[in-house]
Design a protein around this ligand. Structure first.
Ligand SMILES: CC(C)(COP(=O)(O)OP(=O)(O)OC[C@H]1O[C@@H](n2cnc3c(N)ncnc32)[C@H](O)[C@@H]1OP(=O)(O)O)[C@@H](O)C(=O)NCCC(=O)NCCS
Length: 160
């Protein structure tokens, strides 16, 4: 099995990122093209198939849940992971664990002090996966998601 991680090339791969998103998330949680452009996105390619994808915002804190206007303020040393997803047919085989480990290595390699991320409260798989790597819940904000309504759970991993 050959596995590689590579940066998505923008704007060429926006359509591919959006198509991947539709296979992984429900329609209400999809990023639009403008949102994908804000992030640095990376593919996890397994035997030539884009099996996983994640996206980062460097030097940013996640505060869209507590600030009106949904702005994430700049925070030097903080890596915001805005999405992590594995294609359904690749799940349950450790690829989520592999991608999360790579995200943490990416953050350490680039000298970040901490990682912040968020997910639906009902997303037990993602919360368990983050906990497995030492992420702590720092707050839970009700009413962040719609269709279905849900809280967002904000998690942090301090790296130094
Ligand atoms: C969350 C996700 C990335 C996990 O990917 P995966 O390849 O299935 O993960 P793994 O096989 O490496 O399992 C990793 C851990 O996740 C947790 N997990 C995975 N599936 C789970 C499930 N159905 N229920 C509960 N926990 C689960 C477990 O803690 C597991 O570790 P363990 O096997 O040591 O118990 C995947 O389910 C996914 O892409 N979900 C949709 C996208 C999403 O919701 N992303 C989060 C918001 S950004």
């Amino acid at each position: 099995m050959r596995t590689e991680f590579r940066r998505a090339i923008l704007p060429r791969e926006i359509r591919s990122l959006m198509a991947f998103d539709r296979k992984v998330f429900s329609s209400s949680d999809l990023f639009d093209a403008g949102t994908w452009k804000v992030f640095e996105s990376y593919w996890m390619v397994v035997d030539g198939v884009k099996a996983g994808c994640c996206a980062f915002e460097a030097h940013a804190d996640f505060q869209e849940d507590i600030h009106q206007g949904g702005i994430n303020p700049r925070l030097k040393g903080s890596l915001y992971i805005s999405t992590t997803g594995i294609l359904p047919r690749f799940r349950g085989k450790g690829f989520g664990t592999l991608l999360k480990a790579w995200e943490i290595s990416y953050a350490r390699y680039h000298g970040f002090n901490c990682i912040v991320t968020n997910t639906r409260k009902r997303n037990v798989a993602m919360i368990k996966l983050n906990r497995k790597f030492g992420f702590r819940i720092i707050r839970t904000t009700p009413g962040y998601y719609s269709d279905p309504p849900d809280s967002t759970v904000v998690m942090e991993l301090r790296l130094r």
